[in-house]
Design a protein around this ligand. Structure first.
Ligand code: S3P
Length: 177
């Protein structure tokens, strides 16, 4: 028998694709709680993601991120916005798939640079941002392909993107998977 999937709406995607911004609009539109795994990691650690990477390392961050994801998936149906690297762990991917309906946001490389160029909060983009984005994008592009829906956010407004996701999520719920 097919395993029943959860009702969370989970946003995945590379850094700068707009997961947090779109997630906030969706949470309001759907009257659902919003959980942002990056914010929860920072809350739990009591410091910023940059500090975690610098003082405890990426592996520690990934462990914390996994715990936060598991907690979010075990709570009431929510909009869950995730960090771009959450898909690097196979167990996370499996749990995300089972937990609900998954939307991957994408954006063109130059658009990502425009959006991220004045933001220094992402440790993996330190140094030559263009080079880091190219390196990570080529490594990770396939990792987001398991999503139920992929939305290119380049040249689209947040309202348009949220509306598109909203309609398809309602259809997913109506299927009672
Ligand atoms: C990361 C993405 C970040 C944050 C951390 C690592 C990544 O989240 O989790 O800096 O590995 O792609 P955003 O995707 O929200 O920027």
């Amino acid at each position: 028998m097919k395993e029943k999937r959860g009702k969370h709406l989970i946003l995945i995607g590379f850094m700068g694709t707009g997961k947090t911004t779109v997630g906030k609009v969706l949470a309001k539109k759907l009257f659902m709680p919003l959980v942002d795994t990056d914010i929860e990691v920072e809350r739990k650690a009591g410091c910023t993601i940059s500090q975690i990477f610098c003082e405890q390392g990426e592996a520690f961050f990934r462990q914390l991120e996994r715990k936060i994801l598991q907690k979010a998936l075990s709570s009431a149906p929510s909009i869950i916005t995730t960090g771009g690297g959450i898909v690097l762990r196979r167990d996370n991917v499996e749990d995300i798939r089972k937990g609900g309906w998954v939307v991957a946001l994408t954006a063109e490389r130059d658009e990502l640079i425009q959006r991220l160029k004045n933001d220094s909060s992402r440790p993996l983009l330190k140094g030559d941002m263009g080079k880091q984005i190219d390196r990570l994008l080529s490594k990770r592009r396939e990792s987001y392909c398991f999503a139920d829906l992929t939305v290119d956010t380049t040249n689209r407004s947040v309202i348009e993107i949220a509306g598109l996701i909203y309609r398809q999520y309602q259809a997913y719920l109506a299927l009672d998977v």
